[in-house]
Write a protein that binds this ligand. Structure first.
Ligand code: DAH
Length: 337
């Protein structure tokens, strides 16, 4: 009997060791320790043994065997569970230090590059960088720039109006700035002359996008206020800028024009080394009404201003055929520059 018990125990332990899944362990549990298991069957045969000593010894052996098999089943279960977890961890492993291929680095957008280069060049010429809000009052955007209510030049700015009124703004008279020129006013009102500033920034017009227009674009404004500033200072500054930004082979010219905020006013063009002319922006001597709106005495101070588009500079520099391409964020376009 004792030998049968040992044989049953060893056979059971061998099966447990071979079990390779959680399901087979739980099946073995019923098969080996259940009522129909060999050990249970042997237990029912204890009564047929002849002596009390034999019964006790065999009874003890069966109980021990059941204990050993059940412990082995538990161990196997734990082992298989751990193996399953480590398999899953291995499968889901993400090695973030693993890198195949050539590293790609991002870079500033085409317009940002032009913006920063313009700042650099003007800082090199002695200017400081100023800024103003994109949501602007009608007064700063038009009125103070010598474009009062009903001035025909207002119509040339396809203005976007906003319903709310920011601090200092009148309801219904608040706009998305149509140009960077209001920064002239804000600077005069907050800084003592002499003033030598450029103000790059985002501007807005009610316009349908096409190859050469965007409703949101960028300008850079320049303002110089000092004593005895003349048109010659303006022309000299534009020429110095042209050479510094485009190169020694470029030159500039002023053409008479009209802007409400300057008198006299001019357009400035640059000439490429191949002799062709390109229109760049507007400029002129700051109008006495504008100086007065900025809190300055036109008898004491004089100055010049200029303004031009930043996006157009980027388009020209890189021969971009359609200005809209710069704003759709197609990486195949953007990564070329
Ligand atoms: N603000 C003008 C525009 O958006 C550009 C401009 C022209 C700015 C003449 C100036 C200037 O400062 O003097 O079309």
């Amino acid at each position: 009997m004792i030998d049968d018990i040992r044989a049953a125990r060893d056979a059971a332990l061998a099966l447990v060791e071979d079990a390779d899944s959680l399901e087979s362990v739980s099946a073995l549990d019923t098969q080996l320790l259940g009522k129909k298991g060999q050990l249970a069957v042997l237990k029912t045969q204890l009564g047929s043994l002849a002596t009390v000593d034999e019964k006790r010894a065999a009874g003890q052996a069966v109980n021990e065997a059941v204990q050993v098999v059940s412990t082995a089943l538990e161990h196997r279960l734990v082992e298989l569970r751990e193996a399953a977890v480590s398999l899953r961890v291995q499968a889901e492993r993400l090695d973030l230090t693993e890198y195949v291929g050539k590293p790609t680095r991002g870079h500033a957008h085409l317009v940002t590059q032009a913006w920063e280069r313009l700042e650099d060049v003007f800082i090199g010429l002695g200017f400081q960088v100023a800024e103003g809000p994109e949501v602007e009052t009608d007064w700063h955007n038009f009125e103070a720039l010598n474009m009062g209510e009903g001035h025909p030049a207002r119509g040339e700015f396809d203005t976007l109006f906003v319903d709310c009124a920011p601090a200092g703004g009148e309801p219904g008279r608040t706009v998305l700035r149509t140009h960077t020129s209001p920064v002239q006013i804000r600077t005069m009102l907050t800084q003592e002359p002499p003033i030598y500033i450029v103000a790059p920034g985002r501007v807005f017009r009610r316009d349908t996008p096409d190859a050469t227009h965007m409703p949101v674009f960028h300008q850079i404004e320049g303002l110089v206020i000092d004593r005895d500033i003349t048109m010659a200072d303006l022309a000299g500054t534009i020429e110095a800028f042209t050479k510094a930004f485009f190169g020694a082979g470029f030159t500039s010219r002023l053409r008479p024009s009209y802007f409400p905020f300057t008198e006299p006013s001019a357009e400035f063009d640059i000439q490429r080394p191949d002799g062709s002319w390109l229109e760049l922006g507007g400029c002129g001597m700051v109008h006495p009404n504008v100086l007065a709106a900025g809190g300055l005495d036109p008898e004491e101070w004089s100055g010049f201003a200029f303004g031009f588009g930043i996006d157009r500079m980027a388009v020209m520099r890189h021969q971009v055929a359609d200005i809209r391409d710069m704003y759709v964020n197609d990486i195949r376009f953007i990564e070329q520059f």
